[in-house]
Design a protein around this ligand. Structure first.
Ligand SMILES: [Zn+2]
Length: 432
């Protein structure tokens, strides 16, 4: 078992919510894992637009006991049993009142129960399977929730900025606001933390700075934009929300909230040359923090990236999205993809051909020695690829574009571009 899976097991059980003590605990674990993380907060009552930072929340225990003394919804077994931000309660309740506080879904399998929250409405609730709902029907039950709203627990978030050669930056964000769920919480945190750890440890200076953000979804990203909007608008090259990156899917998905022909769009097209498959969803299918970072007044080149997108798997926002639903192998594959995106966009260059007509490759020791083969499409060699790279190096196309146009791997096209520069066949064109 690798370190990223150890991390998954540590953070999965915590009772995260929109603002809770366990959010802070999660960030402290991430700080230790990455080697560095600035843990910051917004104070309770701070407001922006029409959003207000709520009090923190914690829960020690919760359950329902029926007339036959049978226990249901034991919070200590799984915190997902309780509606997040439930107010405390300790009394016997009749069915007509209880039924309005039991959440189930007939669409789920019979052993599944949903995930629910009540952040802005002072209420309490439990999540049950439909079978449990039927068993509890018409009973008077003891209901116990030992929860508390905390004046001394502000809304915490984490930020780490790794400085590049320029102030231009890639933004990687994920959320820390769901209790024990695997794909739709733990996976995003694990992939973002593993990337942050790797890039922090490398100490290599990249072209772009990389900003990692760990925030409560929606309200967290809106407050983050309040504090950083001008800087982000000026310096963001593109951003990715990491979510649902732990399932078995071999393809990756994203809503089309990023800019067409922007560097991210062109990077994804280029990665298809390396065998990646991307499922692109209409903009109406956006759902995570890309809703805020790509909002018209914010207008950053942003999308979320998943294996199977939220809303698209049956286990989404239900008890079946547990740790057994995600795989260490998938977390590692997802890390590799985001690393490729960061590496490729950072190394991307544009060159411009300078020769009148094709260069004579044989004198450069690059081409095929046998002339006839040159025109055989099945017999591609490095010389043919180099000539094709030069063909597209008219000042309009960079490494990403040429990689997509020729369906060649980014790293190979970059190598050919560098040969062209070294052999004096092209000049660097710096207007990317
Ligand atoms: Zn969610």
């Amino acid at each position: 078992m690798g370190r990223v899976w150890e991390l998954a097991k540590r953070i999965y059980p915590l009772n995260r919510s929109i603002s809770s003590e366990d959010n802070l605990k999660t960030l402290e674990i991430l700080k230790e894992y990455i080697g560095n993380l600035n843990i910051k907060h917004w104070d309770i009552g701070e407001s922006f637009s029409n959003w207000v930072i709520p009090k923190g929340w914690k829960c020690k225990n919760a359950w329902i006991i029926d007339e036959k003394n049978k226990k249901y919804c034991d919070f200590k077994e799984r915190n997902l049993r309780l509606t997040s931000y439930s107010i405390p309660i300790n009394k016997t309740i009749n069915w007509s009142e209880l039924k309005d506080h039991l959440h189930y879904s007939k669409e789920l399998d019979k052993h599944q129960y949903p995930y629910t929250t009540s952040y802005y409405n002072k209420d309490w609730g439990f999540n049950v399977t439909y079978e449990e709902y039927k068993k509890l029907k018409n009973q008077n039950c003891k209901v116990f929730i030992d929860s508390e709203f905390l004046d001394n627990c502000p809304m915490h978030y984490g930020e780490l900025i790794l400085k590049g050669k320029t102030k231009k930056e890639i933004v990687i964000t994920t959320y820390i606001c769901h209790p024990s769920m695997g794909n739709n919480e733990t996976s995003g945190i694990c992939v973002a933390s593993e990337l942050a750890r790797k890039f922090f440890e490398k100490k290599e200076v990249y072209e772009y700075s990389i900003r990692f953000i760990f925030i409560p979804e929606t309200i967290g990203s809106i407050f983050y934009l309040r504090d950083n909007l001008n800087y982000l608008k000026k310096n963001t090259v593109f951003g990715l929300v990491l979510t649902c990156l732990g399932d078995d899917s071999t393809s990756f998905s994203m809503p089309l909230t990023y800019k067409k022909n922007g560097i991210l769009d062109r990077c994804l097209n280029s990665l298809e040359s390396s065998g990646y498959i991307f499922k692109k969803y209409p903009i109406e299918h956006r759902g995570s923090d890309e809703r805020q970072f790509a909002w018209p007044t914010v207008d950053l080149d942003f999308t979320s990236i998943s294996k199977t997108k939220y809303h698209e798997f049956r286990e989404y926002h239900s008890s079946s999205d547990d740790l057994s639903y995600i795989r260490e192998k998938s977390l590692i594959e997802s890390c590799e993809l985001i690393e490729n995106i960061i590496n490729n966009t950072s190394q991307n260059i544009k060159i411009k051909t300078t020769t009148i007509g094709e260069p004579f490759l044989m004198s450069l020791d690059l081409g095929s020695k046998i002339g006839g083969l040159f025109h055989n499409q099945n017999q591609k060699d490095m010389g043919t690829d180099l000539i094709n790279v030069l063909w597209y190096s008219n000042g309009n196309n960079d490494t990403l574009d040429i990689s997509s146009l020729l369906k060649l791997e980014f790293i190979y096209v970059l190598e050919l571009q560098k040969i062209c520069l070294n052999k004096g066949l092209a000049i660097l064109s710096n207007d990317i």
